[in-house]
Ligand binder design. Structure first.
Ligand SMILES: Nc1nc2c(ncn2[C@@H]2O[C@H](COP(=O)(O)OP(=O)(O)OP(=O)(O)O)[C@@H](O)[C@H]2O)c(=O)[nH]1
Ligand SMILES: [Mg+2]
Length: 237
């Protein structure tokens, strides 16, 4: 299924002339890219620190990618799976587990960043405001953010809180790539509908990357492709 929309030809410059490009679900992995992705994640990942204020950012000068999405969508689980470390990022059945911005260092001084989730209805207003300030500061001030992976639950699709995040990223001039999570929990037909609806919603955002990924941290689905995508963003292949 392909839905046309506008995407900037130069992903780092959203103001350049637009060209038609479709959204599509990635289904191919280049062998060289796969090797580079495997190599990047083969060495031990190190937890550097968690911050609650942007002044404490540790990764200045180092390229990084980050994982954002609603509470409980599976950001921390995905980082654990990518790095092959069961609990380097803390996960929980209860939404709101990650409350800081957590930095993890991969081989060659490349960083993965785990963001606190949003959209948790029971979170107090103060907590939501704190999230908004911290995450917005991060998006606007990070100098080396190569891409935001925007995680979407395969069962539920894109919600209004995700759209708010897309807008925030657009204002900060940051590209996001949608990564569907928990694929093991969804039936094919149900997912097809979610995908169609998601593409329609993404079409309103010029900073949406055309390729989307499908993952399951539980089953390991899509992990090699995500590793390869990250290594490519770091220009390692
Ligand atoms: N079935 C299934 N469950 C998953 C998958 N990924 C994560 N989960 C479960 O979903 C719950 C939330 O996962 P987390 O990784 O803590 O989610 P998070 O997005 O980091 O949540 P916050 O830190 O609260 O924003 C946990 O109970 C995980 O075990 C998956 O691929 N499949
Ligand atoms: Mg988390």
């Amino acid at each position: 299924m392909v839905i046309s929309r506008n995407l900037s030809s130069d992903q780092n410059n959203l103001t350049k002339e637009k060209q038609q490009a479709p959204f599509y679900l990635a289904n191919h992995i280049d062998p060289d890219q796969q090797k580079a992705g495997h190599k990047l994640f083969a060495k031990q990942t190190e937890f550097i620190k968690g911050i609650t204020s942007i002044t404490a950012m540790p990764s200045e000068g180092h390229p990084e990618v980050c994982f954002s999405g609603r509470s409980n969508v599976g950001k921390s689980s995905l980082i654990n799976n990518l790095t092959g470390r069961n609990s380097i990022a803390r996960t929980s059945k209860t939404p709101g587990r990650t409350r800081e911005i957590n930095f993890f260092r991969l081989d060659q001084n490349k960083f993965l960043v785990d963001l606190p989730g949003y959209g948790f209805a029971k979170a107090p207003l103060k907590e939501r405001e704190r999230w908004q300030r911290l995450v917005s500061d991060y998006f606007f001030q990070s100098q080396n953010l190569r891409r935001v992976f925007l995680l979407i639950d395969s069962r539920h699709g894109i919600k209004s809180s995700d759209i708010n995040l897309m807008k925030m990223l657009g204002e900060a001039g940051v590209i996001f790539q949608v990564v569907f999570t928990k694929h093991d929990k969804v039936k094919e037909l149900q997912f097809k509908e979610v995908l169609e609806a998601s593409f329609e919603k993404m079409a309103a955002h010029a900073n949406a990357f055309s390729e989307v990924l499908l993952t399951s941290s539980r089953k390991g689905h899509g992990i090699a492709l995500l590793r390869a995508t990250i290594s490519k963003l770091f220009h390692l292949n």
